[in-house]
Design a protein around this ligand. Structure first.
Ligand SMILES: [Fe+2]
Length: 237
């Protein structure tokens, strides 16, 4: 601190022209999130070892969560962010979701696999979904963006598995998985870039966990893919 005060020019420069973007964090954030996705992919249940009913459960829980919530999550993130780049990316995404009705696409996909969610499927992911909703309700721009960047990257890698699950249920319906399996590198990179832009414009509170939402969403994705160990006790309670 002393040396900064002595070098007045440097101090002024730091004060008057803050960095527009924290480039130093973009790569580690992306790497950390990619490692979490790698872990999810490595732990996906082996299709060969699943019963048809277990396969139905994964598709149904996925549909129970995503059909009614993805647009909600993106909208909540829009409300939380302040950077223009982040807003543009989100609006582009929401426009596509609504214009092409991705929820209708997902419902068609689940029904074709005879895996439309029941109350049991919806309740199996209930607490984990509530945690993600409550987190997004805190309207924390950086953390919400990191969460959506995580999901956008995850979904691209998950789609071929979801398509295989549907095929194992005898379905040939592929529109949802084809649309979401396209590797939109520009889109994902934009969201990761937006995280670091948002950090400067709308910084996190001191001590806040950048990955708060990523971790909660990660738990929700586990409950979709692996079921919830608490489900039995919830039902017997
Ligand atoms: Fe979508």
């Amino acid at each position: 601190m002393e040396s900064v005060v002595q070098k007045g020019g440097i101090m002024n420069k730091m004060t008057l022209t803050p960095p527009l973007q924290d480039d130093t964090l973009e790569v580690p954030i992306r790497e950390h999130i990619t490692a979490i996705i790698d872990d999810h992919m490595a732990r996906l249940p082996n299709l060969e070892q699943l019963t048809s009913d277990e396969i139905r459960g994964i598709i149904a829980r996925y549909a129970a969560v995503l059909e009614g919530n993805f647009i909600y999550w993106m909208t909540a993130t829009y409300l939380a962010v302040q950077s223009e780049e982040a807003r543009e990316i989100i609006i582009e995404n929401l426009t596509e979701e609504v214009r092409d009705s991705h929820p209708a696409m997902l419902r068609k996909f689940a029904m074709a696999a005879n895996a439309f969610p029941t109350d049991v499927d919806a309740l199996a992911v209930g607490p984990e979904l509530t945690n993600v909703r409550l987190f997004l309700g805190k309207l924390q721009g950086v953390q919400s963006l990191a969460t959506m960047a995580f999901f956008e990257s995850y979904i691209q890698r998950y789609m071929s598995y979801l398509a295989d699950l549907a095929a194992a249920r005898g379905s040939a319906e592929r529109v949802y998985t084809d649309v979401h399996g396209v590797c939109d590198i520009e889109h994902s990179e934009g969201l990761f870039r937006a995280v670091s832009l948002e950090m400067v414009i709308n910084p996190m509170r001191p001590g806040a966990n950048l990955y708060e939402g990523v971790e909660l969403l990660s738990t929700l994705l586990d409950s979709i893919n692996h079921g919830s160990t608490e489900v039995a006790s919830r039902w017997s309670a």
